[in-house]
Design a protein around this ligand. Structure first.
Ligand code: UDX
Ligand code: UDX
Length: 457
């Protein structure tokens, strides 16, 4: 099919490449002319594993083209997808002004019978609002509007698109439903589940799904705090509860809190939309507060350790998670900022997000390797779960540091190896050596009681 994409960001660009890969002809537009020029040269404005190769492959066949002309992009398109930014208002509500602006831009150029698809994450009722915006500008109703939320995780977006858990099509008319089912036919023919439902349901599914996933993360982070108090190991606890297939083990890894351009925004939008409609979501509202507090709590924990070990901190990781260069709402960045504001001397390394990180936090020193960043430092903080950090040469790291303390905020470092290399290891929800003594004491105490009981019997 002939598809137009408005917005060449993490979602729009990835989706354009994947749709071209499925055999569609895709024309992709972005208001940022520099971005379009770069893409037309084959330069990628974002890092996403496999994306550069896929864009190159499909540009070479002409299946994927970039343009900064809306008219050229939209003119003969059967499907016009809007994937422009949807930031938050101060009160958490989704700001759909970019989606409305994009709708006004395309309105005069739509082919008759075109299906406009809102892919950006928006609040319930936006598809209907966009239909009004276009009709007003176009002076006709010879088009339809549908919703098709994305469930792409940065760092695994191509796989998430090509092997989706489900495709959700929001359509209030048969024409839109059939058109979008045609778009995804290559995937549904391979067995991908597809739910076609009303647009309001599709819009709510997206927010509710992200809110639930974020709740799982918030829950395991709070369980990690309890584990630290009782000398339990959150990795074991997470494994144990995740084996229940009603719970599942995904999204149960304790960390510094959730970040990125979606969960923080989508949880706040879900909570504020719900409150505005008289159905408040206290679980999600509490989650949002706890997630913000966690980043500050961990920064305070590191700053307190700096009083013992020394003020020179190395933070490994700036991206909000591994395999992306995205630092938007990154907990690592929040912690880096707090440590810099506390007056500590902070050196940072991130395999892909260094440039974005430095632009966002010039107050830290940014390095090109983890070992350079750790040289003559007192504390290392692993803030993003890059595979490279799980494979660090710990003896080498210890040999170039002044003091030797490691905060593993992603529980990816082997505690035994870290301690063998001379580090004081601090994981999240993990028994610290002094905690391990507490656990031993508890164990001895239990033995004693059991022994006494058997002696009496
Ligand atoms: C965006 C939304 O933020 C997200 O909620 C939704 O799920 C998918 O679309 P993302 O792709 O990460 O996510 O946004 P971003 O990387 O900011 O890209 C948006 C692109 O739209 C930018 O390149 C921007 O230049 C472009 N844009 C914005 C337009 O082309 N026209 C506009 O009017 C506004
Ligand atoms: C998310 C949703 O997963 C995706 O379906 C939606 O389309 C967009 O938002 P993304 O934001 O790219 O994707 O990243 P995700 O992998 O979901 O991680 C979100 C945050 O949660 C990251 O900060 C990550 O580090 C954190 N996380 C994730 C945890 O702390 N623990 C986990 O177990 C999983």
């Amino acid at each position: 099919m002939r598809i137009a994409m408005i917005g060449a960001g993490y979602v729009g660009l990835t989706t354009s490449a994947c749709l071209a890969e499925l055999g569609h002809t895709v024309r992709c537009h972005d208001a940022d002319h520099e971005r379009i020029k770069a893409l037309s040269r084959g330069d990628m404005p974002i890092y996403e594993p496999g994306l550069a190769e896929m864009v190159g492959r499909r540009r070479a066949t002409g299946a994927l083209r970039f343009s900064d002309s809306v008219e050229e992009t939209v003119a003969d398109a059967e499907i016009v997808i809007l994937a422009v930014g949807t930031p938050s208002h101060e009160d958490g509500r989704i700001d759909i002004s970019q989606v409305e602006e994009a709708a006004r831009l395309i309105a005069p150029h739509l082919a008759s019978g075109a299906v406009v698809v809102v892919k950006s994450t928006v609040s319930v009722g936006t598809a209907r609002r966009i239909r009004e915006v276009i009709a007003e500008r176009r002076g006709s109703l010879d088009f339809t509007v549908a919703s098709n939320p994305e469930f792409l995780r940065e760092g695994s977006a191509l796989t998430d698109f090509m092997e989706p858990d489900r495709i959700v099509i929001g359509a209030d008319d048969r024409h839109s439903a059939l058109a979008l089912e045609e778009v995804y036919k290559p995937l549904t023919d391979r067995g991908a589940p597809c739910l076609t439902t009303a647009t309001a349901n599709a819009e709510l599914i997206k927010h509710a799904a992200n809110a639930f996933l974020a709740l799982k993360i918030g829950f395991i982070n709070d369980v990690a705090n309890l584990c630290e108090k009782v000398g339990a190991d959150v990795l074991e606890v997470s494994r144990g509860i995740g084996l229940d297939n009603r719970i599942g083990n995904a999204f149960l890894s304790a960390g510094p809190g959730y970040g990125g351009s979606c969960f923080p925004k989508d949880t706040r939008a879900f909570a504020s939309t719900a409150r505005a409609n008289g159905a408040p979501q206290p679980l999600v509202e509490s989650l949002i507060t706890r997630n913000e507090e966690r980043k500050l709590e961990l920064a305070r924990r590191i700053a307190a350790a700096a009083k013992v070990h020394g003020p020179r901190i190395c933070v490994l990781g700036a991206a909000f998670k591994k395999n992306t260069d995205d630092v938007r709402q990154s907990p690592a960045m929040a912690i880096i900022g707090e440590l810099v504001r506390s007056g500590l001397d902070v050196g940072v390394y991130d395999p892909k997000a260094g440039a974005n990180g430095e632009a966002a936090c010039p107050g830290a020193d940014w390095f090109a390797s983890p070992y350079e960043a750790a040289t003559e430092r007192d504390i290392v903080v692993v803030a993003t779960e890059w595979d490279a950090f799980a494979d660090l040469d710990l003896p080498r790291l210890a040999s170039i540091m002044r003091s030797k303390c490691i905060f593993d905020l992603r529980n990816i470092i082997d505690q035994t190896e870290a301690e063998a290399a001379g580090f004081q290891y601090r994981g999240l929800g993990r028994p610290w050596r002094d905690h391990a003594n507490v656990a031993d004491t508890v164990a001895k105490d239990v033995d004693f009681k059991l022994h006494a009981a058997s002696a009496k019997s």
